[in-house]
Design a protein around this ligand. Structure first.
Ligand code: ZN
Length: 68
């Protein structure tokens, strides 16, 4: 995997878990893009989120897609 690591440990773990579930993760300029296996769901992971609940809320949204 040539993707550069996310500098936030919890978010890197989230991206790695996504890849394990068949999601595709690309590094863009200001965020990581996550695309699900079915092709209907996409989300972004910021590089430096200011919200301390960001990772938790992102997980809840991902679980809501049905593709997590
Ligand atoms: Zn999907």
């Amino acid at each position: 995997m040539s993707r550069p690591r996310h500098q936030v440990k919890e978010l890197e773990a989230l991206l790695t878990e996504a890849e394990g579930k068949g999601w595709r993760v690309d590094k863009k300029a200001a965020y990581y893009r996550m695309r699900c296996p079915c092709g209907k769901h996409m989300t972004w992971v910021h590089l430096t989120p200011s919200n301390p609940r960001y990772e938790q809320e992102k997980r809840q949204k991902l679980q809501g897609t049905g593709c997590w």
